[in-house]
Ligand binder design. Sequence first.
Ligand SMILES: C[C@@]1(CC(=O)O)C2=NC(=C\c3[nH]c(c(CCC(=O)O)c3CC(=O)O)Cc3[nH]c(c(CC(=O)O)c3CCC(=O)O)/C=C3\N/C(=C\2)[C@@H](CCC(=O)O)[C@]3(C)CC(=O)O)/[C@H]1CCC(=O)O
Ligand SMILES: NC(=O)c1ccc[n+]([C@@H]2O[C@H](COP(=O)([O-])OP(=O)(O)OC[C@H]3O[C@@H](n4cnc5c(N)ncnc54)[C@H](O)[C@@H]3O)[C@@H](O)[C@H]2O)c1
Length: 192
Amino acid sequence: MSYFPLMIQLDQAPVLLVGGGRTAFHKARILVDFGACVRVVAPEVLPELEQLPVQVERRPFSGADLEQSDWTLVVAATDCRTVNGQVSRLCRQRRIPVNVVDDPELCSFYFPALLREGEVVCAVSSGGRSPLVTQYVKEKIRQVLPAGLGWINEQMGAFRKQLKGEETNPDKRKKRLQDKLRSLLESQEHTL
Ligand SMILES: C[C@@]1(CC(=O)O)C2=NC(=C\c3[nH]c(c(CCC(=O)O)c3CC(=O)O)Cc3[nH]c(c(CC(=O)O)c3CCC(=O)O)/C=C3\N/C(=C\2)[C@@H](CCC(=O)O)[C@]3(C)CC(=O)O)/[C@H]1CCC(=O)O
Ligand SMILES: NC(=O)c1ccc[n+]([C@@H]2O[C@H](COP(=O)([O-])OP(=O)(O)OC[C@H]3O[C@@H](n4cnc5c(N)ncnc54)[C@H](O)[C@@H]3O)[C@@H](O)[C@H]2O)c1
């Protein structure tokens, strides 16, 4: 079954990251970028990972790490399939969403390919089949996005909030929103 693209608020969310190497660093940067409170548990931790705003515990993973069952997400990113598998199994028992970087079958969530323009976020997944496919689709989408989409989105958000208090007729409101978006897009084209 395909994975549902859930847009979840991760600001201040507790996330356990098991592993401190190259892939863990890659995942940590994404999680930190979305405001997560990441705890890294690994015997070795890359210096660049340690320099991120994360909490580091220099030791091997222990089942006790999952006793604190309020993890929003858990990522298993060690180079040991046995440990990654153990993390996945314990998380599933506790119904904690888990990502396993070396086995798509053990993931209850994937990291998508991401495009961000301000608060506009586009996420692509290949269903775990091929990250290169997600990268390809992401780049194709990037090519067709208008310049200044983040700014346009903010302008639309402010206008929509103002309109809610002014226009009670939903059809008229939608028409004015469509006109506003069209004018913002045209104004951006003129600035190119
Ligand atoms: C999209 C992206 C998000 C991110 O992580 O940021 C992401 N991987 C990215 C890149 C990438 N990963 C790998 C390569 C090398 C080429 C290749 O293997 O194809 C490249 C390309 C590169 O390096 O440029 C290696 C790799 N990846 C996985 C395995 C294990 C396996 O499949 O067996 C192996 C083999 C490990 C080994 O060989 O040892 C598994 C997963 N990788 C996923 C996500 C999840 C599926 C998402 C989906 O549904 O597609 C999933 C299932 C789990 C997860 O990690 O969430 C990010 C692109 C971001 C961007 O560029 O925008
Ligand atoms: N999902 C992806 O996008 C992706 C991309 C590349 C590689 N990978 C996979 O990621 C895995 C890790 O690759 P890497 O390059 O990050 O490895 P790495 O050697 O750079 O790092 C491995 C990390 O695992 C830690 N570790 C080992 N045993 C541990 C334990 N018992 N408890 C906690 N931490 C432990 C080590 O201390 C180290 O920090 C590989 O299996 C690789 O196949 C996935």
